[in-house]
Ligand binder design. Structure first.
Ligand SMILES: Cc1cc2nc3c(=O)[nH]c(=O)nc-3n(C[C@H](O)[C@H](O)[C@H](O)COP(=O)(O)O)c2cc1C
Length: 229
């Protein structure tokens, strides 16, 4: 089994998203998955500038823009699992949004009406069967992730593949903070590894594992006090 993983954080390997993603990917590898990791910010990925849907109607499956997506498309087509990892940036870093828009050539515009929505599907030459999200944010509450989760869920529905769940770590800075008890950090890092393993070996990640990853490390009152001081 192969996974293509996109980390959309401009902080790349030094960022909070990478800190959370690392044990998750370790779990995926332990479960026997071959993982290929890409940093959106390290790639030259231009925004989609093609209003004529060239990749759907003019030259099906091929993007008109020749940049680093040319290298990325084969890795994406060959993967069984797609993991999108991103910080919440009201809602996404630009690099990540550009990359998501540029997934259009992988979609086959044989449209269907499902649950009152128009949907496409991945092309025959795309192996991806499930998409998962890994996301980090600064603020306290989980509601902060709603838009990002919705974007990735919509992508999975438009590709007609399973949305395998969202690994969400709110107020992630406190996970790395030395004041956080080691036992709490250890529990979350272990749950991240478990979630990675579940993503590979099962249909979707377990609710209980995901809840453990997201659990509060500080009260909302305390976090406001710290951020406002
Ligand atoms: C431009 C920008 C917008 C952000 N917007 C939000 C936000 O809407 N909600 C939130 O909780 N955190 C927000 N954050 C904080 C980041 O989500 C948080 O620091 C994240 O962990 C950064 O991940 P990284 O280090 O991998 O880039 C924002 C940060 C930046 C720089």
């Amino acid at each position: 089994m192969k996974a293509a993983v996109i980390n959309g954080s401009p902080g790349m390997e030094k960022g909070n998203t990478a800190f959370v993603l690392e044990p998750f990917l370790e779990g995926m590898k332990d479960a026997g998955c071959e993982v290929e990791l890409f940093y959106a910010s390290a790639l030259n990925i231009k925004p989609c500038s093609c209003s004529i849907m060239y990749c759907w109607y003019k030259n099906p499956g091929e993007c008109i823009i020749k940049d680093d997506m040319v290298k990325l498309y084969p890795a994406l087509r060959g993967a069984d699992i797609l993991v999108l990892a991103t910080p919440v940036y009201i809602p996404l870093p630009g690099e990540m949004q550009n990359l998501i828009n540029r997934l259009c050539p992988l979609l086959d515009p044989v449209l269907k009406f499902q649950e009152a929505r128009t949907r496409a599907k991945f092309r025959e030459n795309v192996n991806i069967t499930k998409i998962a999200l890994v996301s980090t944010s600064g603020w306290w509450e989980l509601g902060n992730f709603d838009v990002v989760v919705h974007i990735v869920e919509e992508l999975a529905k438009n590709a007609n593949v399973k949305f395998a769940g969202a690994v969400l770590r709110p107020h992630v800075h406190f996970l790395r903070h030395k004041a956080t008890p080691n036992a709490d950090r250890k529990e979350i890092l272990e749950a991240l590894k478990k979630a990675g393993s579940e993503l590979v070996s099962e249909d979707k990640m377990h609710k209980k594992t995901l809840e453990l990853i997201s659990h509060p490390l500080i009260s909302k009152e305390k976090i406001l006090q710290i951020y406002n001081s």
